[in-house]
Design a protein around this ligand. Sequence first.
Ligand SMILES: Nc1ncnc2c1ncn2[C@@H]1O[C@H](COP(=O)(O)OP(=O)(O)OP(=O)(O)O)[C@@H](O)[C@H]1O
Ligand SMILES: [Mg+2]
Length: 546
Amino acid sequence: MADGGIFIGQGGGTPQVLNLKRANRHGLIAGATGTGKTVTLQGLAEGFSNAGVPVFVADVKGDLSGLAMAGSPLAKAHDAFTTRAREIGLADYAYADTPVQFWDLFGEQGHPIRTTISEMGPVLLARLMGLNDTQEGVLTIAFRFADEQGLLLLDLADLQAMLAHCAENAQALSAQYGNVTKASVGAIQRQLLQLESQGGAKFFGEPALDISDFIGTDDKGRGYVNVLAADRLMSSPRLYSTFLLWLLSELFETLPEVGDPDKPKLVFFFDEAHLLFEDAPKALLDKVEQVVRLIRSKGVGVYFVTQNPVDVPEDVAGQLGNRVQHALRAFTPRDQKAIRAAAETFRANPGVDVATAITELKVGEALVSLLQADGAPTPVERTLIRPPSSRLGPLSPAERAAVIQSSAVAGKYEAAVNRESAHEMLAERAGEAVVADDAAPAQRSGGAAGGGGWIGRVGKKLVMAVAGAFLASKARDIGDQLSGRSPRRRSANATRTAAGTAGSTLGYEIGKAFAGEMGGRIGRGVLGSFSRNMADNLSPRSRKAR
Ligand SMILES: Nc1ncnc2c1ncn2[C@@H]1O[C@H](COP(=O)(O)OP(=O)(O)OP(=O)(O)O)[C@@H](O)[C@H]1O
Ligand SMILES: [Mg+2]
């Protein structure tokens, strides 16, 4: 196996090796159904992990969970895999596992993943709820209004309350920010109810995901492979694609600028990538293109996996330097367009007729072109892909449960929910004492979803925000000390988690208030107020690249 690279397979008489130094120049794995995309992805994930690079992958069919276990001579694929290993001269082929962390938005097949409304921001939320331009504009105003009033939007109830507030103040808001009608607010509220009925409430709340839990290695120095259970998630394609986009933007915001590192900080596989681009408005596509372009210098490689390479818009496809193209069918005009497109994007090789080869490739065979040390792609080669070392196919529920229980983050996200909810409730009561004199009895119930009880909460949050403004620097110090974080990354997340750990209601509320002030600015950078933050985030290198 070549130094500094991941062996992908044997093609044109030479080993095809993915250069780790160029692995952040992104990639594409494409091919018709059943041609070997998942096996290729599995082998790549193993390769990155072995090289100490953490990986994130969405497991759409449940079969990638097998990464957590070594393959077996008793498995169905054993013969095919050992035959393939022989064909490509892989003398040291052996079965092995990879260190896997399971995650699940619904909290059933992995550690729960949550974020807050504030961190997701209006652009992605609008996408999530299928809002039109006007409604998105109103949502953006609601966020700004919340920001200005120091109100942290954590969960769906917070957003409901804020929208109700906007409807009541539609006139004043219109004068200040632009047109806000009760009708458009009402439309957003209805979409929000629908999101809730799809299980959205599970995803919005605390403790929010700390992205540093993704980026780690085990005691043998192997990168964690973070497997997101996405089978159920796929039934809400919008939630799936928006969530992955949010995750990308979180990575972008969280990670420092590193230029071109010797190996990536994280590699992100975006399976069923067509879902991201389907019916996405132009503005969102532009932002995806920007994130993909800029996240490179944070050391994150993004690999799109899709059946048809034309699913990926040209602006994005043009940035995918490492390419593995499995067989395509040539039945429809769209198929033929895909074949032409694939042929055009590869660096030509006189010995390979791409358009012909692409329809003839066997299962587990692909046209491969990878970026070399100098950044140029290798000429395309017809390549036999190496077999994976981990198990092909899913874990049993018992095996999965065992992996989840022994994970380094076991308990962190599961248990913390109740603890923090209790904190919040206690804080609410304490807060009510502060504002009790002018609070109506109905507001004491704390019910906010309908909008009736929000005033009490708003009042309390304002009090907290004022307190937070005085004590923000204190909270910041405590937060950094507790989390061991460098002050560089100071997000709503970090502050809340740290304050929560301190176990003090006051600390927690200060954290929240502080997060309200900072979280809006930081957490909504990439996809919420992209342009404002982008200038600061551009390194001289990436500025030149533009
Ligand atoms: N490199 C390989 N070596 C040997 N056998 C392979 C290889 N790649 C794929 N196969 C065989 O082909 C089967 C299908 O591969 P895979 O599941 O990766 O297809 P896919 O492109 O992901 O399909 P889908 O689009 O349906 O998800 C595997 O179960 C395996 O038996
Ligand atoms: Mg597959």
